[in-house]
Design a protein around this ligand. Structure first.
Ligand code: CA
Ligand code: CA
Length: 173
C-alpha cells in the first residue's frame, strides 16, 4: 500500500468519527451519532435504551480522548487520531473493544426491534447509513458482520468488526 492510499484510509476512518464534519473529533460527534441512531429507530433519548446509548457514547468518547487527545484540549485532531488512536489501538485492539462495547451494546438494543439481543442485518445497514456510510458500503459491511448467516448481528460481532475496521489498515480494507 502506498502512502497516498494509507492517507485515504486514515481520512475515511477519521471522517466516520467526525460526525459533524468540523475537522476534529470531540464529545459532540459521539452525541450526534447517538442522536442520529435514536431518530432513525424512533427511540427517545429519555427512555432506558436512549439513556444507555448516550452513556455508551460518553464512555466511547472518554476512552477515545484518553487514548488520542495528547494535548488534553478535549478535541482529537486528525494528527492526534493518526498518531494516537490508529497506532495505539492497532497495538492493543482489546482496549478498543472495551471502550466501544457499551456504545455498541446500546446501539444494538436500539436497532433490535425484537428484544432478541441482536440486530438484523437490515437494521445494521440502516444504522451505518445514518452514521454516514454510503448505501453500497453499508450493505456490504452489514452482510459481512453476519458471519454465521442467520440474519442477525450480535454485540460480539459488532465489537470485533469495529476493532478490525479501525485498527487494521490493510490494502483490501
Ligand atoms: Ca467533529
Ligand atoms: Ca487534542
Amino acid at each position: 500500500m502506498d502512502s497516498a492510499e494509507y492517507e485515504r484510509k486514515i481520512a475515511h476512518r477519521f471522517a466516520a468519527f467526525d460526525q459533524d464534519g468540523n475537522g476534529y473529533i470531540d464529545r459532540a460527534d459521539f452525541n450526534a451519532a447517538a442522536a442520529r441512531l435514536l431518530a432513525e429507530f424512533g427511540t427517545t433519548a429519555r427512555c432506558d435504551k436512549g439513556q444507555a446509548l448516550y452513556t455508551g457514547a460518553e464512555a466511547f468518547w472518554q476512552g477515545m480522548a484518553g487514548i488520542a487527545d495528547v494535548d488534553g484540549d478535549q478535541r482529537v485532531t486528525r494528527e492526534e487520531f493518526v498518531g494516537g488512536a490508529v497506532k495505539r489501538l492497532r497495538d492493543n485492539p482489546e482496549r478498543f473493544a472495551e471502550i466501544a462495547r457499551p456504545f455498541l451494546r446500546a446501539a444494538i438494543a436500539v436497532a433490535d426491534g425484537e428484544g432478541a439481543g441482536s440486530a438484523s442485518v437490515s437494521a445494521v445497514e440502516r444504522a451505518l447509513v445514518v452514521l454516514g456510510a454510503d448505501d453500497a458500503t453499508a450493505g456490504l459491511a452489514a452482510r459481512g458482520l453476519d458471519a454465521d448467516g442467520d440474519g442477525r448481528i450480535a454485540e460480539q460481532d459488532a465489537v470485533a468488526a469495529l476493532a478490525t475496521y479501525f485498527t487494521v489498515i490493510a490494502p483490501d480494507a
